[in-house]
Structure formats: C-alpha cells, structure tokens
Design a protein around this ligand. Structure first.
Ligand code: SAM
Length: 269
C-alpha cells in the first residue's frame, strides 16, 4: 500500500484520538466546572477536535449558539457527525477571530500546538467584551518520564535526523503560571490558574504509546516510512517498559499534569 502523503499523515486522526476519549475529556469537564457564566449567547470551542469538548458545551449551555473551530479535516468530519446541529469551521487559530458577541472562548488540549500561543490567547482575550471568559487547558507534562523516554528514543535511532526536522511542528513549551498571569491580568478582572495531576491507568506499556500516537507522536512519525515507524514505536514501548513499573494489577500509571486558566475579561484595553 502506498505511504500516505505528509499532509494526510500529519492530520489528526479522530479514531486514534478517541481511543482514550474518557481520559481526554475529563479535563474539559473540570475546566468547564470553573467557567463563571450562566447563559452565554455565543460560545466557541477552539480546537474542537472530534466534538467531545463541544458536546459538553452544548449540554451546559443549551440556549447558546456553539461553534467549533479546528484546522483538521478529519476531526471536523467526526465533530459534524457527532453534533449535526452545531456549526464547525475549518480555521487556523493563529489568525481566527471570534464573531462579535462571543462570550466564552473554551479550549481543551489545543494551544500547546499553536505557535506563540501566549500572544494568540492575549489577542483572543482582547476580542471579548467585559465579562467574557477565556477558559483554556494545556498539558504540562513535558518533563514527565514519558517524554524524557521519548527524547532517548529520538536520539538513539536512524530516525534522529528526520525527527529533528519536525521540531517546528512539534508541541510548544508552556509558560510558567505567573507569566500567564502577568500577561492576562491587565485585561481581566479575574485570572484563575491551577494545575491538576491526573493519574491515568493504562492497560499496558504499549497502551501508553498508543495514547501518544493520537497526539504528541503524530508530527514525529509523519516523515518516517512504515518500517522505520514500526521500529521507532517498538523502541519506544521498550523504553516505556523500562521507565514505568507495572502496578499491582498489571496496569501502568501515567501521571499527567495539566495547566488550567480561566480569565474573565475586565474593561481594560
Ligand atoms: C488534542 S485535540 C483536542 C480536542 C478536543 N478539544 C478535546 O478536548 O479533546 C487538539 C485539536 O487542536 C487542533 N489544532 C491544533 N492546532 C490548531 C490550530 N493552529 N488551529 C486550529 N486547530 C488546531 C487539532 O486539529 C486537534 O483537533
């Protein structure tokens, strides 16, 4: 079978992403629980993916116009099938602007993929009226063993040069909480920032790699041919096995810190 073109290989796969739907949706629930709005008229789910986070917004705000924005055709197709009454828009968040009257910008597990995301978020906050809310969650797990193991794999195989060239398309670094606070607070009446560490139980070591095939591994694997990709994944499973001892029930505990921000717009420019 022919190799997929790079753009297809690099697109998100809704099916792969949804293999861990429950675990991936839980932070959305936790973020939404802190959104201090009763009945916003217009809500946007930024990086809506397959519509799992959008569905929570529709349930919580039944009277709102909810739109989903994403750059992935596969994700948008899945979201449209899941929520046929919602409007989904294909756009790059780096340049996208909310429609006037939008009162909530919600985003779960997206902005660590967007170049210069702190300033994109600031621009989006500036587009909200007083009382409008920006609610964002991003994984803050770059220093976790699962990623230090990945660095070892990348450095130690014939794929090192190809993977290094994908640097610009890999996930971006987060700021410290206090840096987000200083950036957003002059525009806001309240900025709430917190971390939650989830301890996900994964069936086995291969399952951990399966998880990241749906997210962080995507750009790294895209330039590799099928044989090299399999060798890379197999080496990563070995490395994960050495890094994460099995728990008493044979499962792997994947500790996953995430950063949450809920910013309520004030009247400042
Ligand atoms: C990890 S998924 C999150 C999906 C969903 N929000 C959830 O809660 O599970 C990240 C999504 O962000 C989208 N994305 C990444 N960078 C983007 C960008 N610059 N513009 C628009 N969407 C982007 C991807 O296509 C993908 O669907």
């Amino acid at each position: 079978m022919a190799e997929p073109s790079r753009s297809t290989a690099e697109d998100w796969s809704a099916a792969q992403y949804l293999k861990f739907e429950d675990e991936r949706t839980r932070p959305s629930r936790d973020l939404l629980a802190q959104v201090p709005l009763a009945a916003p008229r217009r809500v946007a789910d930024l990086g809506c993916g397959p519509g799992n986070s959008t569905e929570l917004l529709v349930e919580r705000f039944p009277g709102a116009e909810v739109i989903g924005v994403d750059s992935s055709p596969d994700m948008l197709r899945q979201a449209g099938e899941r929520l046929p009454r919602c409007k989904f828009v294909e756009a790059d968040l780096s340049a996208w602007k909310p429609e006037p009257g939008t009162e909530l910008l919600f985003s779960n597990a997206v902005f660590h993929w967007v170049p210069d995301h702190p300033h994109v978020l600031k621009r989006l906050l500036q587009a909200l009226g007083p009382g409008g809310v920006l609610a964002v969650q991003m994984p803050d797990n770059a220093k976790q063993p699962v990623f230090t193991a990945l660095e070892r794999v990348i450095a130690s195989g014939p794929w090192a040069a190809s993977v290094a060239q994908t640097k610009g398309r890999q996930r971006k670094q987060l700021l410290k909480p206090e840096q987000y606070y200083d950036l957003f607070r002059p525009l806001c009446r309240r900025v709430d920032i917190w971390h939650t560490h989830y301890n996900h139980l994964i069936d086995d070591h291969a399952g951990v790699v399966e998880w990241f095939k749906g997210s962080g591994l995507r750009p790294l694997l895209a330039p590799l041919d099928a044989v090299t990709r399999e060798a890379f994944l197999s080496r990563y499973i070995d490395e994960i096995s050495r890094t994460y001892p099995l728990r008493c029930d044979g499962k792997v505990m994947l500790t996953f810190p995430r950063l949450f921000i809920v910013a309520v717009r004030g009247s400042g420019a």
